[in-house]
Design a protein around this ligand. Structure first.
Ligand SMILES: *[C@@H]1O[C@H](CO)[C@@H](O)[C@H](O)[C@H]1NC(C)=O
Ligand SMILES: *[C@@H]1O[C@H](CO)[C@@H](O)[C@H](O)[C@H]1NC(C)=O
Ligand SMILES: *[C@@H]1O[C@H](CO)[C@@H](O)[C@H](O)[C@H]1NC(C)=O
Ligand SMILES: *[C@@H]1O[C@H](CO)[C@@H](O)[C@H](O)[C@H]1NC(C)=O
Ligand SMILES: *[C@@H]1O[C@H](CO)[C@@H](O)[C@H](O)[C@H]1NC(C)=O
Length: 336
C-alpha cells in the first residue's frame, strides 16, 4: 500500500515538473531507421467546371488577366479536393483525395505552385498521406514535384512525384494526371551553395507580385496583417535587375504578423541555367523583412535537388518604402 502511494506521488511530482518546465525536451541522439522506398501509381482528377467542381477559385488579383482565355491565369488561387483513382476512368476505384490549394504562379507560362496533401483511403496506406509543395509546369507533358513530408506510414517522407498529363480539356479546364510517386532512399549527401538576387516588384504596369486577397481589416493594420500576394519574381546573378536571369521564385507570401512586418513565404525557386536548369527547391518559413538578416528553411526539391534539405539566408539589398518594391540577396545552402 505504502509503495503504491509512493509511486503515485512520484508520478504526480514528475507530471508537475513536466508541466512547469520548458516547452522542449533535451535533445537526444537519433539513429534513423533503415529507409524504405514506396512507389505509388494513381490518377488525379482536377475538375474546374460542372455542377460539382473539385477545384474552386477562391481569390484572384485585380491584375488577373482579362486578356487571357486560360481558366487559371496568373494571380488565381484555388482550393481543391480532387479524387485520386486507380484507373484513368473517373468511375474507377477511388483510393484517396488530394486536398489543399494551388496558385497560378506563372506570369509567362501556365505554371502552378501546389500545396497539397495526398491522403489515401484504402489499402495499407489508408489514413496516411504525403505532402507536395512544389512548382508544376503544366504545359510540359512530364514533370517532377517535390514531396516534402507526410503522415502515418509516410511520416518524415521525402521524395518526388512524377506526373504526366493524361488529358486536358482546355475548354472546360478539366485536367487528369497520372502520378507515379516515389518516396526515395537517399544516396550520398551533397551540399550546394547558391547565390542570387530576388526582385519583388509590386509597382508599375508589370508587377511580379500581386495581391490576391486580404482580410476586412487589413487596411487598418500597420503591418497589413492578412494581405496575401502571389509572385513570379525574377532571380538574377547580381543586384542589377538587368543582370543575367538565373531563375524564378513562384508561389505565395502573406503578411502573417500583427506586431511586426513579417511574411510567411511559401515558394518554389526554379533555375534556368547551368547544371541546375529545371531543378527546383521549395522554401517555406517566416521572413521578418525588417531584420537585416533572415533565415528560412528549404524543405524539398526536384531534379538535382531531389529530397533537398537546407536553409536560405536573405539580406535586403534595396527597398522602396513607398511602393514596397525590394531587391533581396539570397544565399542558399542545400543538402541533397
Ligand atoms: C470536360 O471535358 C471532359 C473531357 O473532354 C469531359 O469528359 C467532361 O464531361 C467535361 N466536363 C464538363 C462539365 O463539361
Ligand atoms: C480506412 O480507415 C478508416 C478509419 O480507420 C476506416 O473507417 C475505413 O473503413 C478504412 N477503409 C478501408 C477501405 O480500409
Ligand atoms: C480589387 O479592387 C477592389 C475595388 O477596387 C477592392 O475592393 C479590392 O480590395 C481589390 N482586391 C485586392 C485583392 O486588392
Ligand atoms: C485597401 O487598400 C487597397 C490598396 O490601397 C485598396 O485597393 C482597397 O480598396 C482598400 N480597401 C478598403 C476596404 O479600404
Ligand atoms: C553563404 O552561406 C555560406 C553557408 O552558410 C557561407 O559559408 C558563405 O560565406 C555565405 N556567402 C556569403 C557571400 O554571404
Amino acid at each position: 500500500m505504502g509503495k503504491k502511494i509512493g509511486i503515485v506521488a512520484l508520478t504526480l511530482y514528475l507530471c508537475i515538473t513536466f508541466a512547469l518546465s520548458e516547452y522542449y525536451s533535451k535533445t537526444l541522439p537519433f539513429s534513423p531507421k533503415q529507409q524504405v522506398v514506396t512507389n505509388l501509381h494513381f490518377f488525379f482528377h482536377d475538375t474546374l467546371t460542372g455542377r460539382s467542381p473539385s477545384a474552386v477559385l477562391i481569390a484572384k488579383s485585380n491584375h488577373t488577366g482579362d486578356d487571357s482565355s486560360s481558366p487559371s491565369p496568373f494571380g488565381s488561387l484555388f482550393a481543391i479536393d480532387d479524387p485520386l483513382t486507380l484507373g484513368h476512368d473517373p468511375k474507377s476505384e477511388q483510393i484517396g483525395n488530394a486536398r489543399g490549394m494551388y496558385v497560378s504562379s506563372g506570369k509567362h507560362d501556365p505554371t502552378l505552385t501546389m500545396y497539397v496533401d495526398f491522403g489515401f483511403t484504402s489499402g495499407q496506406f489508408n489514413g496516411s498521406s504525403f505532402t507536395v509543395f512544389s512548382r508544376n509546369t503544366i504545359r510540359e507533358k512530364e514533370r517532377e514535384l517535390a514531396v516534402v513530408g507526410g503522415r502515418g506510414r509516410f511520416r518524415m517522407a521525402t521524395g518526388v512525384a512524377q506526373l504526366n498529363t493524361y488529358s486536358v480539356n482546355l475548354i472546360n479546364g478539366s485536367r487528369l494526371y497520372s502520378w507515379a510517386n516515389q518516396l526515395e532512399e537517399s544516396g550520398k549527401e551533397k551540399v550546394t551553395n547558391l547565390q542570387f538576387y530576388f526582385h519583388d516588384t509590386l509597382s508599375g504596369k508589370n508587377p511580379t507580385a500581386v495581391k490576391v486577397a486580404q482580410a476586412a481589416d487589413t487596411n487598418k493594420s500597420l503591418t497589413l496583417f492578412g494581405a496575401t500576394f502571389m509572385v513570379d519574381d525574377a532571380l538574377t546573378e547580381t543586384a542589377d535587375p538587368k543582370s543575367k536571369l538565373v531563375g524564378r521564385a513562384q508561389g505565395l507570401y502573406g503578411s502573417s504578423c500583427k506586431e511586426e512586418i513579417g511574411l510567411i513565404m511559401a515558394m518554389s525557386f526554379s533555375f534556368l541555367d547551368g547544371p541546375y536548369k529545371d531543378s527546383t527547391i521549395s522554401m517555406i518559413g517566416k521572413n521578418s523583412v525588417m531584420n537585416p538578416i533572415r533565415e528560412m528553411p528549404i524543405v524539398g526539391g526536384t531534379g538535382i535537388f531531389r529530397m533537398a534539405r537546407g536553409y536560405a539566408i536573405a539580406k535586403t539589398n534595396w527597398f522602396d518604402p513607398t511602393t514596397g518594391d525590394a531587391i533581396v540577396g539570397y544565399n542558399v545552402t542545400v543538402h541533397h
